[in-house]
Design a protein around this ligand. Structure first.
Ligand code: CAA
Length: 382
């Protein structure tokens, strides 16, 4: 049965993540946003805490946390700095694919260092002309006997210039369309890999987003993930799980902005009273609180279902769609509650508003989430 009471272990993990977020991530968050600086030292410490391998079984050097705890960790990091949380969420996404579909060789060679936090991974699906229409991948991998020769380019790659390994989805047989897509692991220092300039983004400025190009990159056959032609299914399944991570990130952003708003509304006075005495502000706080509670439930449900071995394609899309929508509503209202102060960096909420936007775009836009949900609803009814 789905429980609303976290277990002692789940609560302990949330507490560890929260303390780390407050003490180690929050103090430098403004500076990283201004300088668009990757949180190298913080990510190293997160790795040491075991949070870069939280969805990896202990057998493969991970910490084997349940999904409810994984969501809590991402949420707590996003509560203070969404850039840090996305790095953790993408690592979880890459790890999840290797746990499910990686051979023992791949697990030994890549999953273990990823899980120990010694290496970062990047999920290389999108291309300059391929985003929502993931089946249109044009990056080619040609079988050359004991290796594949990979040519093409990838776009919007989170952690792309920092990753030790890329999980690349490439076409091995264009005639078969999506059934010709295959997943590979590529060492980021392979000859022929070129890393593009870091994108100058509106939000999430501490995370690393680059394009990648591959010119005759040799990928050893043993780096195949799953079977030839399974790549599209692997990518989609991976994203079904990954989307709860982004939902948790969106929830964390919403909570961070809400907490700041509640505090500000109790301190700031107008017309002789704290602004939280004005009904206009109370309505905003009530709406924020309700939306956060609803997003929490959707995420909790999807995480619980995944922990119980159920398919979460519909639930993770519902959680992501809802949480990203409310994160945008709440951060916009947080700026409004703060008035002029909300529009300056020092009060943080303007960054939360900028950071929230991407949650409606990556790991499937809100429009794509609607499609995924509707297809599942129709499938269930048939
Ligand atoms: N699990 C398993 N199989 C799935 C699946 C899932 N979740 N979703 C689809 N499939 C299967 C289908 O059953 C179908 O199988 P058959 O070949 O047997 O018919 C096959 O895959 C093709 O599926 P569709 O017919 O549904 O394909 P489509 O092209 O019509 O639609 C889509 C697919 C839902 C639109 C998909 O392309 C999609 O999700 N697009 C968004 C891509 C995305 O999220 N990109 C994010 C990039 S990664 C990122 O952002 C990470 C980061 O850095 C933060």
């Amino acid at each position: 049965m789905l429980s609303f009471q976290n277990s002692e272990t789940q609560q302990q993990i949330r507490d560890i993540a929260r303390s780390f977020a407050n003490e180690q991530i929050a103090p430098s968050s403004i500076e990283r946003d201004i300088k668009a600086e990757f949180p190298t030292e913080i990510i190293k410490q997160i790795g040491e805490l075991g949070f870069l391998g939280m969805n990896v079984p202990e057998k493969w050097d991970g910490s084997g946390l349940d999904n409810i705890s994984q969501c809590a960790v991402i949420e707590e990091f996003a509560r203070v700095d969404a850039s840090v949380s996305v790095i953790v969420s993408v690592q979880k996404l890459v790890n999840s694919v290797l746990v499910k579909s990686g051979s023992d060789i791949v697990k030994e060679k890549y999953l273990k260092p990823l899980a120990r936090g010694e290496m970062l991974g990047a999920y290389c699906l999108s291309e300059p002309g391929v985003g929502s229409d993931a089946r249109g991948i044009t990056t080619m991998a040609i079988d050359k006997g004991n290796y594949y020769l990979v040519n093409g380019s990838k776009n919007w790659i989170t952690t792309g210039s920092k990753a030790g390994v890329f999980l690349v989805f490439a076409q091995t047989n264009p005639e078969l369309k999506h059934k010709g897509i295959t997943a590979f692991l590529m060492d980021s220092n392979s000859e022929g890999v070129e890393i593009g300039l870091k994108e100058d983004k509106m939000g999430l400025r501490g995370s690393d987003t680059v394009s990648l190009s591959f010119a005759n990159v040799k990928v050893p056959k043993e780096n195949l993930v799953g079977k030839i032609g399974e790549g599209f299914y692997i990518a989609m399944k991976g994203l079904s799980g990954g989307r709860i991570g982004i939902a948790s990130q969106a929830l964390g952003i919403a909570k961070g902005a809400f907490e700041l708003s509640v505090k500000y509304a109790s301190e700031r006075e107008t017309m002789g009273v704290p602004i939280n005495r004005h009904q206009a502000i109370q309505i905003k706080l009530a709406q924020m609180s309700m939306k956060i509670s609803a997003a929490e439930l959707l995420i909790q449900k999807a995480a619980w279902m995944e922990d119980n071995g159920q398919d979460i394609t519909r639930q993770s899309s519902e959680a992501k769609l809802f949480a990203s929508t409310i994160a945008n509503d709440i951060t916009r209202e947080a700026v409004q509650i703060h008035g002029g102060y909300g529009y300056v960096r020092e009060y943080l909420v303007e960054r939360f508003m900028r950071d929230a936007k991407i949650t409606e775009i990556y790991e499937g836009t809100s429009e794509i989430q609607h499609i995924v949900i509707a297809r599942e609803v129709i499938k269930d009814a048939e």
